[in-house]
Ligand binder design. Sequence first.
Ligand code: GLA
Length: 636
Amino acid sequence: MRIRALLASAAICSLLVSALPAMAQASDPLAATGRWSIPERSQARTPPMGWNSWNAFRTEVDEAKVLGAARAMVDSGLSALGYTYVNIDDGWWLRRRQSDGRMEIRTGIFPSAHVEGRDSSFRPFTDTLHGMGLKAGIYTDIGRNACSQAYDLHSPNLPEGTTAEREVGLHGHVDQDIGLYFGEWGFDYVKVDACGINVYGPANPIVAQYAYTPETPLIDQVSINRTDVPAVQALYGEVADALARHNPDGDYILAICNWGSADVRTWGKNVGHMWRTSGDITPTWTRMLHNFDSASTRALYAKPGAWNDPDILFVGHGDFDQNHLTEARSHFALWAMINAPLLISYDLRQAPQSLMDIWGNADIVRLNQDPGGHQAVIAYASDDVQILVKTLSNGKKAVALFNRGLAETEVTLTAAQLKLAGGAPIALKNLWDKTTATFTGETKFTLTPRETLVFEASGERTLSDGVYLSEIPGAVNVAVDGVIAPEPDPVVHRMRNAWGETTGSGERPTYTGWGGAQADATPYDQALRIGGQGFESGLGVLTNSRLEVRNEGYTRFEAQVGVDDSTRNTKDAVRFAVYGDGRLLSESAPMIFGTAPAALSADVSGVRIVEIVARSEGLTSDLPLVVTWGDAALKR
Ligand code: GLA
């Protein structure tokens, strides 16, 4: 923990991995390590699936509702499809006992937690879930107080008692609480919220009104410069360490919930199994777009054991209820395509079949749970229509055609967008209505307003003897992305928010990520292009970056490299290097803006981890130097 904090304060937080290798790299973050720097995790190898109480019940959760959902998941076959985690969210706690700091459960709503003459315990509850073949999740906060204590002030289920008794978050109790939740109570999953380090500042009137301990916020949701990124990261790192200590079998999930703040995009994958990429979803179409956009542009940051989390599903409510099945199907399919965790939040004791059919679409669940773990990459984007393509481990593609707007729209899908050969037939299977079709070159569809068509596509691969790195984001880890000053990512739908009406001037983009590595685009969302030559495939990144690539049996790495035509820094030079298990295999000459792409290749036979490094030479400008690994591929 001390080492983590030190490293973080040395402003090399993007490197945070396990302590020792990170120390070895501290002198040169671009030095090849020959290893995959995300901890090997046994859980969440595919996006976690299950149920969460929040969107359905907010703090009015109780045992009958949770176990009713669990029973319905088993009886309906949803659990057999992979919906396994049953997670209670905010509202379960009564108080923190002051004699020994032990958390007490609100047994009025969780009756099985009342054990005569003994401390309250969730063990009977988790035993019940485990007995049903399910897993159990709990909720806490990284600070002293939770979100409901600021935002659900009329809730009947807020913690009770003195200031200290109502401090139910992890602050000062990380090891004790994690030991209790996992060791004694038997939970398998914890969501760790962040209101305690965000909303209880001395200036917030509720602090005096409700006698909370004032805490200077570590997170300022609208200003990365006023957010203490290393401190936030260190706190979550402490939880990760406690979880590892109390779960020697590795059977746990850490869901980081700090709403895309504190540059979590960069470090979330090193610390937890999933991290929220945005503020809370609401049951409105345009907020769904916002949350979707916060994760859909970050394909290279998700992989087995580490997922972008655009929030719990809102299928069944509001714009996604049983009267809006087009919207509900779109929401679900989009989450599936981008490898989002699939957490249902609906009263499953009384769910209409039309909604059960959405969560229960086995074909769509299967594409989310594909073992390759490759998040869909955006193949075509406009504000009206998007096409997303996801590589499946059987060599096929999943493709979603997404009509974001309210007009009927014609969409052309091309073989090139699928990275399939244009001259050979491509078979499509519609994963909603199960119809099939074949096309060559391109094909057209008419999408109704807000409709998302999802297909499985198979054909001849464009790259017949290998795979483009942009097709396999789950096998690429952005170890160092070269971003110097984190900037809000503007490519996020700006909805009219549900909280502020249209008062004020509107919500600005605040989730940093702009400048991060991209598949098939530059870090600033331009088309890849070197010296006037465009690339449909490739990785776009800033200089002074290092990407790790898992190699499963390929023998050659090949790319066309150079400074991207979109760079703002048109003066400085960059050298591209390829390493195999830590050894330098191949290196380019220094390259500058305007020169033609250079071919770079390396023999990677027997290599497990390929590292590709773009290092600037004697920087003279502090403008970002954008580089492109054009057509970067692993070949047989
Ligand atoms: C925050 C989280 C939500 C939910 C509530 C509970 O808003 O982002 O997902 O957990 O807190 O109060």
